[in-house]
Design a protein around this ligand. Structure first.
Ligand SMILES: NC(=O)C1=CN([C@@H]2O[C@H](COP(=O)(O)OP(=O)(O)OC[C@H]3O[C@@H](n4cnc5c(N)ncnc54)[C@H](OP(=O)(O)O)[C@@H]3O)[C@@H](O)[C@H]2O)C=CC1
Ligand SMILES: Cc1cn([C@H]2C[C@H](O)[C@@H](COP(=O)(O)OP(=O)(O)O[C@H]3O[C@@H](C)C(=O)[C@@H](O)[C@H]3O)O2)c(=O)[nH]c1=O
Ligand SMILES: [Mg+2]
Length: 314
């Protein structure tokens, strides 16, 4: 490092997941000394063990994307979902408060009911309609109550070229079928893990730089919404995925629009979960790319993976 400054030691949880992996991959370039944590390093299923693990790991700041994210399965495993998504972040945040370690915690559009008719703002009331959403709302409340210097970043509809997400699901289903039905009455904003990761690291840097100046730090803390820009439905998102893949595939699966009632799932999902991005711009100077631009970049990396020499990988 120049100027004798040590890079701050940034712990990133959930690095086998899409957001944790994307953050870890960019952390060094963002000026941090990254410490990627898996479940084996820090098990959120064991809240009592968290403080002891963190005492040993001694991070300077933490980004916490690790979570129980199986929305439908959570309906039948509420206890585990609440332990991982509510109780564990609470303990993590209490440790951060005690040690004066800044925390960037991830949350979701699913904390809202979906009954709004304009983009959700950070201070709108939480009214989750699923166990997953309720468990994440519980995590938010505990993080806020801990007194830690915490930013709660609510994002939505996250995907990447790998991992378990709507895009990889569509690529798998679309490769084997000529038609599929996708819901057209849930509106939100798809968010690529790489663009989200850049935003998270920028937030982490700004919080770190302000850490010793209460007047600069306080206005940065609390909830902030960060997705890619624009809005769509799952149906139109699926259409965009297949449109982008058509040249490589030489075919395009047909997508039919469904109502939520025609595609029953164990968990209810918000009908509207577009998030207002004004606070992210005003507080952190973040101006996310449009979801279509991000989707193009992610799908290009599927067709031409790094190191493939640009050949026809699919
Ligand atoms: N995916 C999405 O669409 C959205 C996600 N979010 C939020 O963003 C964050 C990141 O999500 P994303 O990266 O997509 O999620 P993934 O499902 O891709 O990854 C979840 C990560 O959490 C880890 N994890 C799960 N249970 C535990 C546990 N008991 N102890 C330690 N680690 C655990 C997983 O590890 P392992 O591999 O061992 O299971 C994995 O690394 C989450 O907080 C999520 O709630 C918000 C909005 C949308
Ligand atoms: C696979 C499939 C899904 N669907 C519907 C079901 C659902 O309403 C919608 C999206 O399905 P998924 O299961 O991929 O998405 P889901 O798991 O609900 O995604 C959510 O994950 C959590 C972690 C979040 O925090 C949210 O922001 C959101 O991204 O698409 C179809 O209509 N047809 C299909 O063939
Ligand atoms: Mg899912």
């Amino acid at each position: 490092m120049t100027g004798g400054q040590q890079a701050p030691r940034l712990a990133v949880t959930g690095v086998s997941g899409q957001v944790g992996r994307a953050v870890l991959a960019r952390a060094r370039a963002a000026g941090f000394d990254p410490l990627g944590l898996t479940r084996a390093d820090l098990d959120l299923g064991d809240p009592d063990g968290i403080a002891g693990r963190l005492d040993a790991l001694r991070p300077d700041l933490i980004i916490n994307p690790a979570a129980y994210t199986a929305v439908d399965r959570a309906e039948s495993e509420p206890e585990l979902a609440f332990r991982v998504n509510a109780e564990a972040p609470g303990r993590l945040a209490q440790w951060c408060a005690r040690e004066n370690v800044p925390l960037i915690h991830l949350s979701t559009d699913y904390v809202f009911s979906g009954e709004a008719t304009r983009p959700y703002r950070e201070d709108d009331p939480l009214a989750p309609v699923s166990v997953y959403g309720a468990s994440k709302a519980g995590g938010e409340r505990r993080v806020l109550a801990s007194g830690a210097a915490a930013v709660i970043v609510r994002t939505a509809w996250v995907y990447d070229a790998e991992g378990r997400n709507f895009v990889t699901t569509m690529l798998r289903l679309g490769a084997g079928r000529d038609t599929l039905g996708v819901v057209d009455d849930q509106r939100g904003c798809p968010t690529a893990a790489p663009s989200l990761a850049c935003g998270l690291l920028s937030i982490a840097r700004q919080v770190w730089d302000a850490r010793e100046d209460e007047a600069a730090l306080a206005p940065l803390l609390g909830p902030v919404h960060l997705t890619d820009a624009g809005e769509t439905t799952w149906y139109h998102f699926a259409q965009a995925i297949f449109e982008a893949m058509a040249p490589a595939w030489g075919r395009r699966p047909r997508v039919s629009p469904l109502t939520t009632a025609q595609y029953p799932t164990p968990a209810r999902r918000p009908a509207w979960s577009v998030l207002d991005l004004e606070r992210a711009r005003a507080r952190f100077g973040l101006v996310p790319p449009s979801w279509r631009e991000s989707l193009g970049a992610v799908l290009a990396s599927c067709v031409h993976p790094a190191g493939s020499g640009g050949g026809d990988a699919l």
